[in-house]
Unconditional design. Structure first.
Length: 536
């Protein structure tokens, strides 16, 4: 009686918890109607193949992160050389290589001072080659291999976190973002309604820079010949706000030196200017960035300060006065949606290196609904056939097995909702397979009980012996399958993981329903009709 009470209590508890977690999925709430606090807030998550969405495979151009690291050292090295009374004749990264830095200075004492500065301030750089004559000495510098490898690995990890932050702010429910190999990122966005905007957001490098416009040289001459060594030509693109077509491209001669970057941003939001009747992105800097922005605007009054994002000029206003408070705005001919994407990209942070799309798949909601219908139909059909077979072949014992099978399905659905797992089409296949394994457990038990009855034992004795002998076989077969499911989940991807999740949950539920719940129901049936033949 004690064991029976314990089993009954566990059954009531499991059923209560299962119903609570399954109800948000079963009940279709009306819009605006809040669900009770005692129920979980989330329904069962549907995978990409069931509710539609986007699959992307991105590759991080990690070698560009090495080039960016060297570019950031150019301005700093030039300043350090002046502070050490070394006149730099040339400090630039070789355009033909991502990892080589060229430095030229006077031979003799200046060259010796530079090598001393290099050892002291730049331990992550090494001299690859040195040449020159009595007047000028040239150096080719490169990052040491360990530092270059660290930057590349860090770039992929940072890109992963940046993309995750952007997707969270974009509002995609239950995305799957994971690293593949050394420099690839796999992204699955279920239920997304605007794949093109999502793709634009994920691919936007969002490197925000504030740089001076070179007003000392003529931009037209630079276009016809070549720009000065310390400047480059960038364009401001004007688009039609309705069609998005390019209206004009305005060239600017922009200084290469970066005065301020978007690393100091604390907020970015899209707003509307009623006077100019256009959208703009308002940005706020932290205390350090605000001080630096105030210093820049105070130092370069009457100069044009270009706001450059991903090598494109968004605006180049003339600095009228020193700007304090750490507020600025990015203007441009973009729509509200484009401004929103830009603001999200800036808030989430810049990608450390560009990313390229290697693979793109979009699953439409109609295809997802069709997959759901077919998957659910196959599960219902398989379940009905199994239920009929058990009821006809094992009579009352078969009916009890069907009740436990239904409970098994209920527990599996509740576990998916409880652990916020994602149900995929292979996951539905896992459901069907688990039902088959649960039936197999009942068949083993019932055949053992039949053998004991043929030996002349009483119903209660046959029942106890049947469960005892079948239990070890059932546990062995289920545990070995569970091990295989765990391995599939650990090393599998996408659909394989979905199958492994439902299979693992189903195995645990099957052990509970077949060895505990079924025995409890069968024992109750035998006790109520001890003197009658067992209906099995």
């Amino acid at each position: 009686m004690k064991a029976f009470s314990w089993k009954l209590a566990s059954l009531i508890l499991v059923m209560a918890v299962s119903i609570i977690y399954v109800m948000p999925t079963v009940v279709m709430y009306k819009k605006g109607l809040s669900q009770p606090d005692m129920w979980p807030n989330k329904k069962i998550n549907l995978g990409l193949d069931l509710q539609g969405g986007m699959h992307l495979l991105l590759e991080v151009e990690s070698e560009k992160a090495v080039a960016n690291s060297l570019d950031s050292k150019v301005g700093d090295m030039r300043k350090r050389m002046f502070q050490s009374q070394i006149v730099p004749k040339l400090v630039k990264r070789l355009d033909s290589s991502v990892d080589l830095l060229t430095v030229q200075t006077d031979s003799g004492e200046p060259a010796a001072k530079f090598e001393e500065l290099l050892k002291k301030e730049y331990p992550d750089l090494e001299i690859k080659s040195k040449s020159g004559d009595t007047t000028v000495t040239s150096y080719q510098l490169a990052l040491i291999p360990a530092e270059a490898e660290r930057i590349e690995k860090s770039a992929v990890d940072q890109a992963l976190e940046t993309i995750r932050n952007r997707i969270d702010q974009f509002g995609v429910a239950e995305p799957e973002i994971r690293k593949l190999g050394e420099n690839r990122i796999q992204i699955q966005l279920p239920g997304i309604k605007d794949p093109e905007n999502a793709k634009n957001l994920l691919g936007k490098t969002a490197v925000l820079q504030f740089r001076l416009v070179d007003d000392q040289h003529n931009v037209d001459q630079a276009l016809n010949s070549s720009p000065p060594p310390d400047a480059e030509i960038l364009y401001e693109v004007s688009k039609d706000p309705v069609t998005g077509a390019v209206i004009s491209k305005t060239p600017y001669l922009i200084k290469k030196e970066v005065l301020l970057t978007g690393e100091s941003l604390t907020d970015a939001r899209v707003s509307y200017d009623t006077n100019d009747q256009q959208f703009f992105v308002s940005i706020d800097f932290d205390s350090r960035g605000a001080r630096k922005f105030a210093d820049i605007t105070g130092q370069y009054i009457n100069k044009r300060l270009a706001i450059v994002l991903d090598d494109m000029v968004y605006s180049a206003p003339v600095i009228q006065a020193k700007i304090v408070g750490g507020h600025a705005r990015i203007t441009g001919s973009f729509t509200q949606e484009e401004g929103k994407i830009l603001a999200i990209a800036l808030r989430a942070g810049a990608l450390p290196a560009p990313v390229t799309t290697l693979e793109e798949r979009t699953v439409g909601p109609a295809l997802g609904m069709d997959a759901i219908k077919k998957g659910v139909f196959s599960m219902i059909l398989g379940t009905v056939v199994v239920f009929l077979f058990m009821a006809i072949y094992y009579k009352m014992a078969g009916v009890i097995a069907n009740v436990t099978l239904f409970l098994n399905i209920l527990i599996m659905a509740a576990a998916l909702a409880m652990f916020e797992a994602t149900l995929t089409l292979p996951g539905i296949a896992g459901f069907v397979l688990t039902i088959g394994m649960a039936v197999d457990a009942h068949v083993l038990i019932y055949e053992r009980v039949r053998e004991e009855l043929r030996l002349g034992k009483s119903p209660s004795a046959a029942l106890a012996a049947g469960f005892e002998r079948a239990a070890l076989t059932i546990i062995d077969s289920n545990v070995t399958t569970l091990i295989a499911a765990v391995v599939l989940y650990q090393y599998g991807t996408g659909p394989v993981k979905g199958f492994a999740v439902t299979l693992s949950i189903g195995i645990v539920a099957s052990l509970f329903t077949s060895l505990i719940v079924c025995e409890m129901f069968m024992s109750a049936m035998v006790k109520r009709s001890e003197d009658k033949p067992l209906s099995i």
